[in-house]
Design a protein around this ligand. Sequence first.
Ligand code: 9Z3
Length: 390
Amino acid sequence: MLDNIPSEIPPENLAALAEDHYFAANPPPRDLDKHVALARDFIDYHSSAGRRLVLITSGGTTVPLEKQTVRFIDNFSAGTRGATSAEYFLEAGYAVLFLHRQFSLLPFSRHYSHATDCFLDFLREGPNGSVVARDEDTAKMLHVLRKYRDARDRNMLLLLPFVSISDYLHELRSVAQLMRPLGPRGLLYLAAAVSDFFVPPERMSEHKIQSTSAADVFKRNNNGGSQAATEEEETFDNFDSSPSVPRSKRLVIDLDPVPKFLKNLVEGWSPQGMIVSFKLETDPAILVHKARYSLDRYQHHLVIGNLLSTRKWEVVFVSPGNPDHWIRVPFRKHGGESGTSVAGTEQDEPIDPKSLPEGEPEVEIESLIIPAVQELHSKYIRTVEDKGQP
Ligand code: 9Z3
């Protein structure tokens, strides 16, 4: 990506160089200016009210394979963590700027937008052609609706969408920079599942990647080429385990690593805000180690580690100078002695996913995460205000 770099450039400047190069080479999303204007008004409004404001990132980023994108790489994230956290932050008095993957779960509407919780299932036809909530769903729906309306009417919730990894990074950088006036009252809560790899624009096809060479033959003939309109001989090799598939019919995707911006987020984009990031792993043996590594490397104030399989049941808080702190929803061990329950911080190892009950936990873990983050944020604000710096 960055060729011919003089060897005497110190590593911290290299990161800045990689950042500049990335943002210059990858075009911003079409609506960036519009989003920045909305975010600026929102942030200024809450900043002058002296309110705390959290920027939540939520959902997965796509990795487009073509400029006119037909195909892209995606990930599992539905945005449950981000959307649920947003509701608890609002409950705690924070203004919420919700930077989310387009069409992923949103605060409040998430209760009625799953495939299994389709909103139409909660409605019935009322008198005179009206549409009403079913009697058994009315109480909950009214509760959710009131909270949603209250957040919107008091201008406490701003929703900004992104799609691709480059949209996400452009939006995050711009919005984080706008948060400066909030000082330590600004909180970044990075729950989006962000791709580590991408196709750089110079290697990205403009048009849909073709699965046959039929278009090449067509183009050649229309350009007055002399080759016959037959497919060229395929070369077979034993490059991988499926040598019977000709190389020219495979799609080999070569991805570059996304430059690591998370440190710049602290130092450059949002130097006074508190930064909380999530670390996702699938292997319990490395979770805490990787979360500590992220904390040291990126100098965030808190890294919340979670495992794909148990993320709704437990997370671990890793912060500088503190022991690892596990947060768990109470549950009864599946297959264990009857009545054995594990909760809170009793156990300092990841739970064995096989011991978890089937289905979803009764308590949303975000109802425990947000008050704990809020407490750390209060301490952070006090420290900054007392000492004049974080
Ligand atoms: C998380 O770890 C989130 O908790 C989840 C939430 C993505 C697991 P869902 O949307 O899932 O509720 O379905 N987010 C951070 C993931 C991530 O990409 N982290 C980076 C990493 O692990 C560091 S910022 O390297």
